[in-house]
Ligand binder design. Structure first.
Ligand code: SAH
Length: 220
């Protein structure tokens, strides 16, 4: 693992992070690297201070701007689906949000690229990753519907906001043999695992989920 969790941050999260990882194990998460990353990560620095006491519960929480930090179970589930076929070289994440999922991915793979449309959230996420001494993440203020073409193709793509249908740009930026985890739908959403074989895309439905929408258009 290439993360050093500073003692002032890690010290606080230690026991709570471990308990959270234990709970996720009971809920069916089995990848040891994912569980270790969850156990070691200071989720309390990714939520508003007033909600810090809830940071190690297995729930989504508001992070401002109408957005949420994803539920730890879903962060872990998406991360282990990304790793299921071996560790990808680089991952593209759409929807940086608080940066929590980004920080977990950053502990699991060599390089993470993350796109967010709300500048203030991106800025805070950047600050948190720096506080964790995590330096293998590049961020872009942009529209996730377009992906991040110049850095692709990616062996893995993780989308943490739900589009009504899978964005064409993301399919074209997925490397041959790569895998994408993406929630799709408006009211009823389903988490999909899409794998690419040449020009063919195979789709597998994982489970029902609830994410904020992948908003089209204008950046904030
Ligand atoms: N993984 C994040 C989830 C944040 S919620 C976390 O655990 O904190 C989803 C994020 O997607 C929000 O921050 C929202 O601003 C962002 N988002 C929504 N539409 C987007 C778009 N078109 N392009 C980039 N980011 C988008």
């Amino acid at each position: 693992m290439n993360v050093k969790v500073g003692s002032s941050i890690g010290g606080k999260s230690g026991r709570s992070g471990e308990l959270l990882a234990q709970k996720l194990y009971q809920e069916g998460i089995t990848n040891q690297d994912v569980l270790r990353a969850i156990a070691m990560s200071p989720r309390h620095i990714f939520v508003p201070e007033i909600l810090a006491h809830k940071a190690y519960e297995n729930t989504a929480l508001p992070i401002g701007q109408g957005q949420t930090i994803s539920q730890p179970y879903i962060v872990a589930r998406m991360s282990e689906l990304i790793l299921a076929d071996g560790v990808p070289e680089s991952v593209l994440e759409i929807g940086t949000g608080s940066g929590y999922q980004t920080s977990i991915l950053g502990q699991l793979v060599s390089k993470v690229y993350s796109v967010e449309r709300i500048k203030s959230l991106q800025w805070q996420a950047k600050r948190r990753l720096r506080a964790m001494d995590l330096h293998n993440v590049s961020m872009k203020h942009g529209d996730g519907w377009q992906g991040w073409e110049s850095k692709g193709p990616y062996q893995a793509i993780v989308v943490t906001a739900a589009p009504s249908s899978v964005p064409q740009a993301l399919l074209s930026q997925l490397a041959d043999g790569g895998r994408m985890i993406i929630p799709v739908g408006d009211q009823a959403q389903v988490l999909k695992l899409i794998t690419r074989e040449g020009d063919a895309f195979k789709e597998q439905q994982i489970e029902a989920v609830r994410f904020v929408p992948l908003v089209p258009g204008e950046l904030l």
